[in-house]
Design a protein around this ligand. Structure first.
Ligand code: CMC
Length: 420
């Protein structure tokens, strides 16, 4: 096969190089398309556009493959803690014991937040959505750490990553405690990263002991959400960072992008949908029909994916984990049965088969979160916490690769010059 693609325009023709990824995926390198032909490409939603070259996450949507830094998501989710996977994503290799205990200690030392930030938290109305609070608090962290991250300095980048990894769980626990009307729990250095998150969120007395079932489930969920290549929020982080905005500012923008129900907000929307079906007598067929009706805005939340045209490998792990966690905790949630019935009906329905719509990561995750005692409105906050290492890694890669400022073009279809 030729390593060039020819574009013909009238009598002229131009050749553009093919670019090949390490898993043999192919793209056309059109960096100089406009300067050579005067043309631009039109691709709403960037369905066919590669925005960068990355060595962080590999995803094959046709085969249902997901790997971080070359390791399969199954291996990572079944064998490691979230902190180990975060290290892998941010620094490129799995940590040895010394490296792991070093970042763990550094994170413990950085696990406090300026008291003034608590005042900002207090000033939010009690009905504020947790994602709105989280986003604002992350932005506010910038004012307490104003120096922009110098990406060329390993030491400064290390410190900034540690600070964010340390402070984010505190913000998450603050938001959780605030919406539940509870007082804050301080970080406790005797616990591991995930245990500390759990104690800050759930501790109600001094004799608190982390429940290994909850810690294991949290580790899995956070690992499964830790990166997903160039999705909406990560692309946001990269494009905001491409203007040389700082890492915290870029990640705060990513949190806003994640909030939407078509992206991370789907986990909240799924449980709300399942609750509605339950209240409606468990009539899954009616909702399946609504999802297929093009005149009805209703979509089957937690189904479909821009890239996966096969099972989302994260959904497979999460479904199994949901079953295990509920059994181990002795919880019976009727919504899990509704979800399973809905999945089975959709997977056997021509509409979903033809469009290759499968359950995604958000379909079963909410059922686990709720079994762990996390309220529905907090689900997307948990997703954001998991995604932090991915956002850090992607922001760093984008800056180290010296990517140019992100600035798409457009086809103008408005008025021609009008007399005033
Ligand atoms: N229910 C019913 N129909 C659907 C659904 C759905 N959930 N998803 C896609 N379709 C249909 C869509 O109407 C279209 O049909 P047609 O070809 O007849 O016009 C076809 O499938 C292709 O869909 P699309 O909207 O063009 O696909 P997209 O790649 O632009 O959107 C998506 C992907 C995830 C936004 C979409 O599948 C969706 O809205 N799903 C529900 C929300 C959801 O679960 N989001 C979480 C995504 S995974 C977590 C994350 O990483 O963000």
């Amino acid at each position: 096969m030729s390593d060039k693609v020819k574009i013909s325009l009238g009598k002229e023709s131009h050749e553009f190089p093919l670019i090949k990824g390490s898993e043999n995926e192919l793209g056309i390198d059109i960096k100089d398309l406009r300067s050579r032909t005067g043309l631009i490409t039109y691709d709403p939603g960037y369905k066919n556009t590669g925005s960068c070259i990355s060595d962080i996450t590999f995803l094959d949507g046709e085969k249902g493959i997901l790997r971080y830094r070359g390791y399969s998501i199954d291996d990572l989710a079944n064998n490691l803690t979230f902190l180990e996977v975060a290290y892998l994503l941010i620094w490129g290799e799995l940590p040895n014991q010394k490296e792991l205990s070093n970042i763990s200690n550094e994170i413990k030392k950085a696990s406090s937040i300026d008291k003034d930030l608590e005042q900002i938290l207090k000033s939010f109305p009690s009905k504020a959505h947790p994602m709105g609070i989280l986003c604002s608090l992350t932005s506010a962290l910038i004012s307490f750490n104003p120096s922009s991250v110098d990406v060329s300095s390993n030491e400064k980048m290390f410190r900034a990553s540690i600070e964010l990894m340390a402070k984010f769980p505190i913000l998450v626990s603050w938001v959780h405690r605030k919406i539940n009307g509870l007082s804050m729990n301080k970080s406790d250095s005797k616990f591991s990263y995930t245990e500390n998150l759990a104690q800050m969120m759930f501790k109600s007395s001094d004799d608190y002991k982390p429940n290994p079932i909850i810690i294991d489930a949290l580790d899995k969920l956070l690992i499964l959400h830790a990166d997903h290549e160039q999705n909406c929020s990560t692309s946001t982080v990269r494009i905001v960072g491409s203007s040389h905005a700082g890492m915290y500012a870029s990640i705060s923008a990513g949190i806003s992008a994640l909030w939407g129900p078509l992206h991370g907000g789907a986990n909240q929307a799924v449980i709300e949908m399942l609750e509605k079906i339950k209240a409606d007598g468990g009539n899954t067929k009616r909702y399946l029909e609504k999802a297929k009706d093009k005149n009805d805005p209703f979509r089957l939340m937690g189904f479909g994916h821009r890239v996966y045209k096969n099972f989302d490998p994260r959904a497979k792990i999460i479904k199994k984990t949901a079953d295990q966690v509920l059994t181990k905790l002795g919880i019976s949630d009727p919504v899990l049965d509704i979800a399973k019935a809905l999945e089975e009906e959709a997977l056997n329905d021509d509409y979903f088969i033809k469009r290759k719509l499968y359950p995604n990561v958000d379909f079963y995750s909410g059922i686990i979160y709720r079994a762990l005692g996390i309220p529905t409105e907090m689900f997307t906050v948990m997703f954001a916490l998991g995604r932090v290492p991915g956002w850090i890694a992607q922001w760093k890669e984008m800056r180290l690769n010296k990517e140019p400022i992100g600035r798409p073009r457009q086809i103008y279809k408005g008025h021609n010059l009008r007399s005033f």
